[in-house]
Design a binder for this molecule. Sequence first.
Ligand SMILES: C[S@@+](CC[C@H](N)C(=O)[O-])C[C@H]1O[C@@H](n2cnc3c(N)ncnc32)[C@H](O)[C@@H]1O
Length: 217
Amino acid sequence: MMLHTDAEARAWLERLPEWDAGAADRLTALVRLLEEENTRQNLVSAASLAEVWRRHIADSAQLLTHVPRETCSPWLDLGTGAGFPGLVIAALRPECAVLMVESRARRIEWLERARIALGLDRAQVIGARLELVPTRPVRVISARAFAPLPRLLELSARFSTADTIWLLPKGRSAPQELQELSGWQHRFHVEQSLTDADAGVIVGTLAANTARKGRKS
Ligand SMILES: C[S@@+](CC[C@H](N)C(=O)[O-])C[C@H]1O[C@@H](n2cnc3c(N)ncnc32)[C@H](O)[C@@H]1O
């Protein structure tokens, strides 16, 4: 299945098990706040804002289809930036502890303002460079447009256990990045993105010994 338009993305979102009146209100509010904030700072491109439900909301929400429903806390989102996927995941699963790591001051302020406006009490904005965030085991790690795969793993494997599910939207480069990855024991594969025929999402787990010890030479 492929979502080609905002209308298709909205219809798909409304069929998600996570969708209810509260989720609809929170996501609608998020879109409105993002449109406002984008006039003040360059969070997302104008072209993508014109198709915000497909390009950002559904693109983020599709990650939930790769995670068992009971598995969401804590969910660590790396480089959340404009709010993707972290704020969308938290808006759809407000009971989950979604930890959004972001280092740029204006984006930290935006994320915190949006988090409060949406009433996402269990979500948390960690305004720091990822390198400085204390290590703790998490159930899910997501990262959209954050870093090339080897760098991403070097920075964040310390948060992973053998059960941690990694969800890495990688665009067109997903198969190549995975093929070229060496030095890690992993069970990653590429899932087709629902929002872009050319894009893939790297999904899977890292072996515990790899995750604990970091990169093997
Ligand atoms: C290209 S943006 C992607 C934002 C968002 N994930 C998205 O897909 O719209 C990457 C974000 O990661 C943040 N970032 C980059 N390196 C970081 C680091 N070491 N620690 C925390 N945040 C970082 C940047 O400030 C930026 O907001």
